[in-house]
Design a protein around this ligand. Structure first.
Ligand SMILES: *Cc1c(COP(=O)(O)O)cnc(C)c1O
Ligand SMILES: [Zn+2]
Length: 393
């Protein structure tokens, strides 16, 4: 394990989450030995356990991962990795199975997470599965309905703060760093990213290495985790190159995209992040350093898209591809189309869009879309349908 801030190095130790010397972000270095897809057993995240360091005598799993890679109907060579098919409906489950298993194997009894919603739903499910007590810190009134409902269903204690996700995050830091009373399940916990990197392993096993991987970016852990997975496979000679990582943010919460655009070494944070895509409404991404490393070293980039572009992309995914994804996930398609138009990616290359969460997470966003709902007299149903069929002919 190595600190990205001060360079501190230590042997693999599951009890360590942030740098013991400076509190910075840790990277977990993995060197695969004799790794081959043909030797693997099982399905989902733990199929790749040879690539996940640490002791997992007890694994807390709800059969996460093994999500469908769906070919696009409208872009040839383009695939959607549909993470909405995970047990709680987002990719967060991949990280949670590893982080909660780590918590259990190192003896923790209380876990906590700040969340825009999906981390909360996932952490609550895995804490239940493990029999741990869980505290969720949520920005009051800013969590999508489906995610809040899930957190309630799984029985978590919900602590609400007035303010944004970034304030919720600071509160969890206080419980973890200052007081040392909880095991943190946010993505500054590098063990979570060890689970999330299996997105790359699954893609590579199914179709080899893509040219571009397009990822919505909020706290910025996932784009790094996916890049890390591809990097490990490339270093082991399993794939021949690392795809370009293309991060997509919403215009109202785009510190990483702005930093890449302006060539800054450090992002300028957004004090009041705003976007319809609540899962990426984050002004101060805790993993910014990791994300910028993944983007720059893969020769990728980051772009921002407007809320209107996100809404249009959510509709297009549903109405032209048959895939229901939440707004933050649809940002990947909005950004992909922008990248094609700007000549940043070639639509005829092999491209994968990460659809991070399920449409059902945010029913309010769906209900605001234009709908064809017509009150009819059932005895005259043919009037409308026959009329329309004839008009179209
Ligand atoms: C968490 C989440 C993201 C952002 O992932 P980060 O690792 O925080 O960048 C994007 N979309 C959805 C649906 C999420 O739940
Ligand atoms: Zn350090």
């Amino acid at each position: 394990m190595k600190c990205l801030d001060c360079g501190y190095e230590t042997d693999i130790n599951q009890k360590i989450i942030t740098c013991p010397r400076c509190g910075g972000l840790l990277e977990i270095k993995v060197k695969l030995k004799g790794f081959s897809f043909s030797n693997l057993k099982g399905r989902g995240v733990w199929r790749y356990k040879d690539a996940i360091p640490g002791n997992y005598s007890k694994i807390v799993s709800i059969n996460e991962g093994n999500t469908p890679l769906i070919p696009s109907r409208i872009y040839k060579q383009t695939f959607y990795k549909f993470e909405g098919a995970n047990p709680t409906g987002s990719f967060k489950d991949r990280g949670m199975t590893v982080a909660v298993s780590s918590a259990v194997n190192t003896g923790y009894k209380v876990v906590a997470a700040a969340s825009t919603g999906n981390t909360a739903a996932s952490a609550a499910a895995y804490a239940s599965r493990a029999g741990l007590r869980i505290y969720l810190v949520l920005p009051k009134g800013k969590v999508a309905l489906g995610k809040l409902a899930q957190s309630i269903l799984y029985g978590a204690t919900i602590l609400e703060v007035n303010g944004s996700f970034d304030i919720a995050m600071a509160s969890v830091m206080r419980l973890y760093k200052d007081l040392g009373i909880v095991y943190p399940l946010n993505s500054f916990n590098p063990w979570r990213l060890e689970g999330q990197k299996t997105i790359a392993y699954e893609i590579a096993e199914e179709i080899g290495e893509p040219d571009n991987v397009i990822v919505p970016v909020g706290n910025a852990g996932n784009i790094y985790a996916i890049w890390k997975g591809f990097t490990e496979l490339q270093e082991a000679g399993v794939i021949s190159k690392i795809p370009r990582m293309i991060g997509i943010q919403a215009e109202g919460a785009a510190p990483i995209a702005k930093a890449i655009e302006k060539g800054l070494n450090e992002p300028e944070f957004f004090e009041n992040p705003e976007t319809i895509a609540t899962a990426i409404r984050i002004g101060k991404p805790v993993n910014w350093k990791k994300a910028i490393k993944a983007i720059r070293s893969s020769k990728g980039t980051a772009l921002s898209v407007s809320d209107q572009e996100i809404i249009d992309a959510q509709k297009k995914l549903a109405r032209e591809e048959g895939i229901g994804a939440e707004p933050a996930s649809a940002a990947a398609l909005a950004g992909y189309e922008k990248a094609i138009n700007e000549g940043i990616v070639d639509k005829d290359q092999k491209n994968v869009l990460i659809l991070t969460g399920h449409a059902l997470k945010d029913p309010d966003a769906m209900l605001r879309l234009d709908a064809r709902r017509i009150l009819i007299n059932p005895e005259h149903i043919e009037n409308i349908v026959l009329g329309e069929i004839n008009d179209n002919n």
